[in-house]
Design a protein around this ligand. Structure first.
Ligand code: IPM
Ligand code: SF4
Length: 418
């Protein structure tokens, strides 16, 4: 019986030829990562329970300060200090202010076929490069930092078969919002969401990451796209040559398959306060906004910034509306500067922030007040996610967010693309 790509990656990680959904395995972890959301807790546990011990491999444990950077309070400064000290002591890679953890991992570490575990739910992003990534809590992560292994139950796989091409003004972000709206926030609980079909070859790496990144918003354990030449070239261009290329067998067994034609997808918006509360932008009615945000590990990469710039070029954002833009990494930021995108943003009235989780995380910068409305390219629109408990967050593509910032209310971007 055939296997899916997810099963093949997990079989390699546990040293078996075959694994089946439901089986509990002990997997070797290729990389583990932790950010300033919770690492101080790992460090406390590590230093109490594993006193005098070392991390399993100092090249494979990565600490990234991205959620609240630069520190906005003395409490956060202490967290960062703790991470810095631990990283120095254990000689592990440490990043501070270089961008959102998942984007840094993609730029500097991820290769196809790896198993990567991190203390962050959007670790599933690495499926865009054909790696199995999943998030765990900080106790599990502490144990992995020490042993380099973890137990995992092999998930069932759902197959999302994609065909056709996006129409103008429609992006991978709209597709994943549509999928989550269709299957629901628990539609893929503990399953792998595999994206396959003839349309995949036309999807850029950024697009694939966008799809896999939000798999967790449907409850998925991971998201995966089989790596192709595009991925191999990207990874090699970043100096990483060792990889394990897996693809699903023709007779692989899926729990369920879904078919999507990209040409049928419209710009979508997730309305407060759940990510699966999704409607086409055309059905949203008049929703006035106070703030707009472009950034995050979902939608803050160069391709999204280019789309936003196309819409904002030569125009001014609506009076009394704030547009905040945080490139997903320093590298993306520098690229945006080089391409003149930052000039376009600033001339339109946007504030361009340092590369970090920013408004997506909603506790460091750009928080919104009582009764205010944000439209965002972040990952979540839970109540209070971006500030006051009585505020509203809508999720949409970078194009829709940019168009909305220009008009001052949630706006269909089609027709505004310059
Ligand atoms: C801080 C971290 C634990 C959290 C997550 O796991 O996703 C955060 O990144 C988020 O997006 O809510
Ligand atoms: S950008 Fe948002 S979703 Fe991604 S890691 Fe940061 S807070 Fe979490």
């Amino acid at each position: 019986m055939g296997m899916t790509i997810g099963e093949k990656i997990l079989a390699r990680a546990c040293g078996k030829d075959v694994v089946k959904p439901g089986e509990i395995i002990t997997a070797k972890v290729d990389l583990c990562m932790s950010n300033d959301g919770t690492t101080h807790l790992n460090i406390d546990i590590f230093e109490k329970k594993l006193k005098g011990e070392k991390v399993f491999d100092p090249e494979k444990v990565i600490f990234i300060v991205d959620h609240n950077v630069p520190a906005e309070s003395t409490k956060t400064a202490e967290v960062h200090k703790k991470m810095r000290n631990f990283a120095q002591k254990h000689h592990i890679p440490f990043y501070e202010g270089a961008g959102v953890c998942h984007q840094i991992m993609i730029e500097d570490y991820v290769v196809p076929g790896q198993v990567i575990i991190a203390a962050d739910s959007h670790t599933c992003s690495y499926g865009g490069l054909g790696a199995f990534g999943t998030g765990v809590g900080c106790t599990d992560l502490t144990s992995i930092m020490h042993s380099g292994e973890t137990w995992l139950m092999v998930p069932e796989t759902l197959n999302f078969v994609l065909e056709g091409n996006f129409r103008q003004g429609v992006y991978a972000r709209d597709l994943i919002l549509k999928v989550i709206g269709d299957i629901g926030a628990d539609g893929a609980t503990y399953k792998i969401m595999e994206f396959s079909g003839p349309a995949v070859k036309n999807l850029t790496i950024d697009d694939r990451v966008v799809l896999c990144n939000m798999a967790v918003e449907a409850g998925a354990k991971s998201g995966l796209v089989a790596p192709d030449e595009r991925v191999i070239e990207y990874v090699k261009s970043r100096g990483r040559h060792e990889m394990h290329l897996f693809a699903s067998d023709e007779d692989a067994v899926y729990e369920q398959s879904y078919a999507y034609n990209l040409a049928d997808i419209e710009p979508m918006v997730a309305i407060p306060h759940n990510v699966d509360n999704v409607v086409p932008v055309t059905e949203i009615g008049a929703v006035k906004i106070d703030q707009a945000f472009i950034g995050s590990c979902n939608n803050g990469r160069i391709e999204e910034l280019r789309v936003a710039a196309q819409i904002l070029q030569g125009k001014k954002i609506a009076p009394y509306v704030k547009l905040l833009i945080s490139p997903a990494s320093k590298e993306v930021y520098l690229q945006a500067l080089e391409e003149g995108l930052v000039d376009i943003f600033m001339e339109s009235g946007a504030m361009v922030l340092n590369a970090n989780c920013s408004v997506c995380w909603g506790s460091c910068q750009g928080v919104i007040g009582e009764g205010e409305t944000l439209i965002s390219t972040g990952t979540r629109n839970f109540k209070g996610r971006a500030g006051h408990p009585n505020s509203s967050v809508y999720l949409a593509s970078a194009a829709t967010v940019a168009a909305s910032a220009l008009v001052g209310k949630i706006t269909d971007p089609r027709g505004l693309i310059g």
